[in-house]
Design a protein around this ligand. Structure first.
Ligand code: AMP
Ligand code: MG
Length: 329
């Protein structure tokens, strides 16, 4: 397949140019596009044949459901049977933004979108290009991250292109993603909000709005977020998650890189140093980018600092521990 490319300025999205991408979605095509979290690989939620192509393009297992993206609050009812009060409050507080809400699914939503579950996951992004695309297409857009299944999610146009060139109809270049890790996924179908995937909207944020909330999914005994059981975010290089950077010492070796906060730059001792910035927010924005850059630069071993398990740090730890596949030092 020949992939078409368009460049859209997020500061002033050219609606005429986006119309072409929206037409592509409406006609059952696949369009990769930027969001504030990571690049997404989109198809019309209500076109099961188009959605099927997403799974093929990514090599994604069929039992891993997709998030549908909308551009206005009311569209949630095209997908969900109803919206509980707490879910409504979360939408008002965090949409558009990096929060995906799981609700009871309307029967009109194709099985393939929800991988056969009776729920549907919905998000309204804040990214101007994503929102304009969804609005012009006039349909919710089902979109997982636009990477090959198992590799780190793309946070730049170049990384999206590296995985999706030749596999999708069109890729929109809208620059870098500001948040850098995927949305928080919160299940609102039970008595209490349950976070199935940590992201930039934190447990503290959710408890502030709903008065309650907890982590579940992979943190609980029975995973409810089906995708969680698969290998994730793995670069070719071997990743080690480092708990205590203070007492860490890596031998100088070709092909080794250290990812850590700037105040640990001295620990690299002649190895490549990839800065995680100064804050968790900066680290999140760079993590996937750095994992891919390491592969581009022929790095074989990555030692990456685990941030503290709070706020955005929880989301970074979640992704990093998966990349490390259990290798913690
Ligand atoms: P991705 O689209 O790559 O960001 O992955 C979406 C994540 O949301 C996966 O981990 C899915 O398992 C999860 N997800 C999507 N829809 C549902 C749902 N209906 N129930 C539980 N988890 C879901
Ligand atoms: Mg993904």
């Amino acid at each position: 397949m020949k992939t078409a490319y368009i460049k859209i300025d997020p500061a002033a999205p050219d609606e005429k140019a986006l119309k072409e991408a929206a037409e592509c979605i409406k006609h059952g095509g696949l369009v990769a596009f930027p969001t504030e979290t990571v690049y997404g690989l989109g198809a019309d939620t209500f076109n099961p044949d188009a959605v099927k192509k997403i799974y093929t393009a990514k090599g994604r297992p069929g039992d891993n459901p997709l998030i549908s993206h909308i551009a206005d609050m009311d569209s949630v009812l095209k997908l969900a049977q109803y919206v509980p009060e707490d879910a409504k409050n979360l939408m008002e507080e965090f949409w558009g933004g990096p929060l995906t809400i799981i609700l009871k699914r309307r029967k009109e939503v194709p099985d393939i979108v929800s991988a056969g579950l009776d729920t549907v996951s919905v998000r309204m992004p804040s990214h101007s290009v994503a929102n304009a695309l969804i609005r012009i297409a006039g349909t919710p857009i089902a979109a997982p991250s636009a990477n090959l299944s198992g590799s780190p999610s793309p946070t730049t146009f170049e990384h999206c292109k590296a995985d999706m060139d030749g596999r999708v109809d069109m890729i929109i270049d809208g620059g870098d993603c500001s948040i850098g890790v995927e949305s928080t996924v919160v299940d609102m179908t039970g008595d209490e909000p349950v976070i199935l995937r940590p992201g930039a909207v934190t447990l503290e944020d959710i408890v502030r709005v709903c008065g309650k909330g907890m982590f579940g999914g992979e943190y609980a005994d029975a995973p409810k977020c089906p995708g969680m059981k698969y290998t994730h975010y793995s670069p070719d290089a071997e990743v080690f998650a480092v708990n205590d950077m203070e007492s860490f010492a890596a031998d100088k070796k070709d092909g080794t890189a250290i990812i850590a906060y700037n105040n640990y730059a001295h620990i690299a001792k002649g190895n490549r140093f990839y800065s995680a910035g100064d804050t968790d927010t900066e680290y999140a924005a760079r993590l996937f980018y750095l994992l891919r850059k390491a592969d581009e630069e022929g790095i074989k071993t990555i030692y990456a600092q685990l941030p503290e398990n709070k706020g955005m740090g929880t989301a970074i730890r979640n992704r990093l521990l998966k990349s490390a596949g259990g290798r913690i030092i």
